[in-house]
Design a protein around this ligand. Structure first.
Ligand code: CTP
Length: 386
C-alpha cells in the first residue's frame, strides 16, 4: 500500500494536471478556503480523470463562481453555482449542513464547516476532501480512502437512506461503475429503503442516471436484486443482450441507450415479443409488421432474437418512393383514400423488388388508386387501416 506521503504527492500532482487553471480558481476564491470534494477526489484516488469538479467553499460559493466566469447557473437556495473552469465543468458549493423536513423531501441547508459538510454526505468514498490551498493533506474523517481500497460502499450514518432514499439508487450506480460492494450494515439499511417517499420525478431522474452509465446493465440488475425496483420478466437476460446489441452498428443509433436499458430492466412490455418471433416472408411484410413500433421495441425484439430486424433497420425502413401524393393528384386521382392506396401499393412492390424508378412507381400507384369498388372486401371509403 502506498504511504500517506506518497499518496499526497501523487494526488497533488493529479489535481494540478486535472485542473490546469487552478491558480485562476484560487484567485477567484479571494481567501475563502477551497476544497476539492466528492466524486472528483474519489476518481483521482482511483487514478481516473474526474468528469467534473466538485469544489466546496468555506464561504460564498456563488460569489466565487461569479468572479470566475460571467456565465454562472446559480442556485441561491442551496448556495451552489455551476460554471466552467477552462474546459471543465465546475460545481461550487458553500459548505453546509442539510436537514430533511420529511423523508425523501428536499433538504433545508445551513452554512457550516467542511467537517460537517463531509458528515452529511452519502457514502464514505464521497466524503473525502483535498484542500486547494495551504498544506496538501487528504481530509478523510470517515476513512473513505480505506473503503475505496477495500472496494466497499458504506453510508456515514444509519439514517442516510431515510433522509434521502435516492441514495439507494446512487449506491447501485457507484457499485456498478466502480465495482464496489455494499458493506454489510449498509446493505441491511439499503434493503429497508422505501423509494415510495420520493417524488416520481426524482426517482425517474435517478433511474435515468443509472441507465446512462456504461455499466448500466449491472447497475439496473443490482437495483432489482436489492429490491429497489421490480424487474420485468426476463430482465436478467435482456439487459446484457440489449447492451451488447447497442454497441454494434446500426443498432446504437436506433434507440436512446438509457431508454432502451430502462425498458429492458423495468418494462413496460410492448410488442417486442411479437416482433421477435415474427418471420416476414418479404420486406413489405416486415415493414407492415414493424410499422409504428417504438425504437425500444425494435431494439428489444432484436435482442430477443428477431434477426430479420437487421434488414428492416438497415434497409427496408429507409426505402421511400420517388413519387408522392401530389404526383397522383396531378395525374387526376381525387384527394382521399385512393392516394394512400396507390402510394402503399407502389411502396410494397418497390420494397419487394418488383419495380424500380419513378415511371414504374407512378404506373403502379395509378393502377392501384384507380381500382374501384372494394379491396379485401372493404368499401371504397375505407383506407384499410384497422
Ligand atoms: N451527495 C450526497 N447525497 C446525494 C447526492 C449527492 O451526499 N443524494 C454528495 C456526495 O458527496 C457526492 C456529491 O454530493 O459526491 C456530489 O454529487 P454528484 O455530483 O451527484 O455525485 P458525484 O460524486 O460527483 O458522482 P458522479 O461521479 O456520478 O457525478
Amino acid at each position: 500500500m502506498p504511504t500517506s506521503r506518497r499518496i499526497e504527492t501523487d494526488l497533488g500532482n493529479a489535481v494540478s494536471s486535472a485542473i490546469p487553471e487552478l491558480d485562476r480558481l484560487r484567485e477567484a476564491a479571494a481567501g475563502a478556503p477551497l476544497y476539492l470534494v466528492g466524486g472528483a477526489v474519489r476518481d483521482l484516488l482511483l487514478g481516473r480523470a474526474p468528469e467534473n469538479l466538485d469544489v466546496a467553499v468555506e464561504g460564498d460559493a456563488v460569489a466565487v463562481a461569479r468572479r470566475l466566469e460571467d456565465d454562472v447557473v446559480e442556485h441561491e437556495r442551496f448556495s451552489t453555482a455551476e460554471t466552467t473552469l477552462g474546459a471543465m465543468e465546475i460545481d461550487l458549493t458553500s459548505t453546509r449542513t442539510e436537514s430533511y423536513p420529511a423523508p425523501g423531501a428536499l433538504p433545508v441547508v445551513k452554512p457550516t464547516s467542511l467537517a460537517e459538510d463531509l458528515a452529511r454526505r452519502d457514502f464514505t468514498v464521497n466524503a473525502i476532501a483535498w484542500p486547494l490551498q495551504g498544506e496538501p493533506e487528504l481530509i478523510d474523517p470517515h476513512s473513505g480512502q480505506a473503503d475505496l481500497e477495500s472496494g466497499l460502499l458504506r453510508v456515514l450514518h444509519d439514517r442516510s437512506f431515510v433522509d434521502d432514499p435516492t441514495r439507494a439508487l446512487r449506491a447501485a450506480r457507484y457499485a456498478a461503475r466502480l465495482g464496489l460492494e455494499l458493506e454489510p450494515q449498509t446493505a441491511g439499511l439499503l434493503r429497508a429503503t422505501d423509494l415510495g417517499s420520493v417524488s416520481a420525478e426524482r426517482r425517474a431522474a435517478e433511474l435515468l442516471k443509472l441507465a446512462s452509465e456504461p455499466a448500466a446493465a449491472r447497475g439496473l440488475q443490482l437495483a432489482a436484486e436489492w429490491g429497489l425496483v421490480r424487474p420485468r420478466h426476463g430482465a436478467a437476460e435482456l439487459l446484457p443482450a440489449v447492451d451488447a446489441l447497442l454497441a454494434q452498428p446500426p443498432w446504437g443509433k436506433v434507440a436512446s441507450r438509457p431508454r432502451a436499458m430502462l425498458v429492458a430492466a423495468l418494462g413496460p412490455a410492448g410488442r417486442e415479443a411479437e416482433l421477435a418471433t415474427a418471420g416476414p416472408s418479404c420486406p413489405s411484410e416486415g415493414v407492415e409488421l414493424a410499422r409504428g413500433a417504438r425504437p425500444e421495441e425494435l431494439v428489444l425484439a432484436r435482442a430477443m432474437g428477431g434477426a430479420w430486424l437487421d434488414d428492416y433497420v438497415r434497409e427496408w425502413r429507409g426505402v421511400t418512393l420517388e413519387i408522392d401524393g401530389s404526383d397522383l393528384i396531378s395525374a387526376g386521382v381525387p384527394e382521399g383514400p385512393a392516394v394512400g392506396r396507390g402510394l402503399d401499393e407502389a411502396l410494397r412492390r418497390k420494397l419487394d423488388g418488383e419495380i424500380s424508378g419513378r415511371d414504374e412507381e407512378l404506373r403502379v400507384a395509378l393502377e392501384a388508386a384507380e381500382e374501384r369498388g372494394t379491396r379485401n372486401g372493404a368499401p371504397e371509403d375505407d383506407d384499410g387501416v384497422a
